[in-house]
Design a binder for this molecule. Structure first.
Ligand SMILES: Cc1cc2nc3c(=O)[nH]c(=O)nc-3n(C[C@H](O)[C@H](O)[C@H](O)COP(=O)(O)OP(=O)(O)OC[C@H]3O[C@@H](n4cnc5c(N)ncnc54)[C@H](O)[C@@H]3O)c2cc1C
Length: 423
């Protein structure tokens, strides 16, 4: 009898177990699957993901675009993604009774808008296969060792001996959900390198007050830029502490290993309309000023929320002297001054990441030490990794869960092949 121990009943662990159950004809004869979850419930983080709606995956079909959504680990993920593509993930849930919908921004959610339905799918599968899988809830694995060809796990309940171990303990973001980074320690003790860890997908507190004064205002496509290589475009929300939303989240993913704090604030720039450079604003204003010569310049900047324009005026970033002019009196020079600021340089200073609100951990088990196709350790035979514990992370939009589903699936399939080869 071979024992497979899966540590962590989150997205990757549940998918790994379900894949094994999908394929193993009658594992009770030769194998047992034991899934250990430290919480009393499975998938705590999954059920709160996407604001409780659970952005399961993405509607993106283009391979290059999809891979571009992963800040780290895209190359490593290629195999698993190719085998369990977002469309297949969607179908997997749909054929198991959870219809999905794809929203305009290509995020895929359950039609019910309920992450609980996603967890329910796995609960149902495990419930129907109780003779094949034991789900140990409230079972906190404290340590994993390797001795005489077997893995020894110590849990809050007992010591377990396993032939194969799958580490799916997630990252260390939102630690209160149970994902507190335990897997990094297990991996290290089993001989693996864990790369530098950092917070990703977080909001930022800003030094400037203007974002806070227009809290609640959003920009559909803004650009945040640090330098020529480090910039992101996307929706941005001004908040009572600074900035949040997909563009700041993606920006934080690029800056995961930069120190940003009160002593080392980061000066960046904001373009409220990504893609609109100085010449675009210049010609737009020239045209508008001709048509609406009687309007104040602040009323000619229609592509922007009026409250943003006023706040930038009050902050002294856009000169009020120019904003108060009538369109007909706007000189070429003043037009260029405004165009330059709007197109290229609204200064923003990131004071800090908003403490504790990052969604994922950047960094993790070094992918060079894990076989891309099987996700088995190259260092410790019979040890597998899936999900966020690996040095793989993406931006918001369903890409992190997609990575967890597809790597969990790969490990499940690898184990089936391994078990069949020794049957
Ligand atoms: C607030 C929030 C919203 C998010 N929204 C989305 C979204 O909409 N779409 C998206 O793609 N991504 C989202 N993410 C990211 C996504 O949830 C994670 O990347 C994903 O859940 C990672 O899956 P995983 O299986 O690797 O780890 P997790 O889902 O974190 O699961 C790991 C599990 O292991 C258990 N565990 C840890 N240590 C032990 C131990 N020692 N013993 C036993 N069990 C242990 C934990 O309790 C946990 O249940 C969000 C994250 C957060 C925090």
């Amino acid at each position: 009898m071979k024992t497979i121990a899966i540590i962590g009943g989150g997205a990757a662990g549940m998918m790994c177990a379900a894949t094994l159950l999908d394929h193993i004809e009658n594992p009770t004869e030769d194998f047992e699957i034991r899934l250990f979850e430290k919480n009393a419930v499975l998938g705590k983080k999954v059920s709160i993901s996407g604001g409780g709606r659970c952005n399961v995956t993405t509607g993106i079909a283009d391979r290059k675009i999809l891979l571009g959504k992963y800040t780290r680990g895209a190359e490593f993920l290629k195999h698993s993604l190719g085998k369990f593509w977002p469309k297949k993930v969607r179908e997997w849930f749909e054929t198991r009774g959870v219809p999905m919908k794809c929203e305009a921004d290509l995020r895929v959610f359950p039609v019910s808008d309920s992450g609980a339905d996603v967890i329910g799918t796995f609960e149902k599968i495990f419930g129907m296969n109780q003779e094949k899988i034991t789900v140990h809830r409230s079972s906190d694995i404290k340590d994993v060792g390797y001795l005489d060809g077997k893995y020894r796990l110590s849990s809050t309940e007992s010591e377990i001996v396993a032939d194969f171990v799958v580490i799916t303990t997630g990252g260390n973001a939102y630690a209160h959900t149970g994902s507190s980074g335990d897997g990094y320690g297990f991996a290290r003790r089993l001989g693996h390198t864990v790369t530098r860890l950092g917070p990703s997908l977080s909001s930022f507190e800003t030094l400037e007050n203007f974002p806070k004064e227009i809290s609640g205002i959003s920009l559909p496509k803004a650009r945040l830029k640090w330098n020529a290589e480090t910039f992101t475009d996307g929706p941005l929300l001004f908040t009572h502490f600074g900035i949040s939303g997909p563009a700041p989240f993606a920006f934080s993913s690029l800056l995961a290993f930069e120190t940003i704090d009160a002593e080392r604030p980061l000066k960046i720039s904001l373009s409220p309309l990504a893609g609109w450079q100085m010449p675009d604003w210049d010609s737009y204003m020239e045209k508008e000023a001709k048509i609406h010569g009687n309007r104040e310049v602040r009323n000619l900047l229609d592509p922007l929320p009026r409250r943003l324009v006023d706040a930038l005026g009050t902050a002294g970033i856009l000169p009020n002297r120019i904003l108060n002019l009538k369109g007909a009196t706007l000189s070429r020079e003043d037009r260029k001054t405004l165009s330059k600021i709007l197109g290229e340089w609204i200064p923003l200073t990131l004071k800090s990441r908003r403490a504790g609100d990052e969604f994922v951990t950047a960094g993790g088990v070094d992918c060079d030490e894990v076989d891309t196709e099987t996700l088995e350790s190259k260092i410790s035979p019979g040890l597998f990794f899936a999900g966020e514990v690996l040095n793989v992370d993406g931006v918001t939009g369903g890409f992190n869960l997609q990575a967890a589903w597809c790597t969990g699936r790969t490990v499940g399939k690898s184990l089936i092949e391994r078990l069949e080869s020794i049957r």
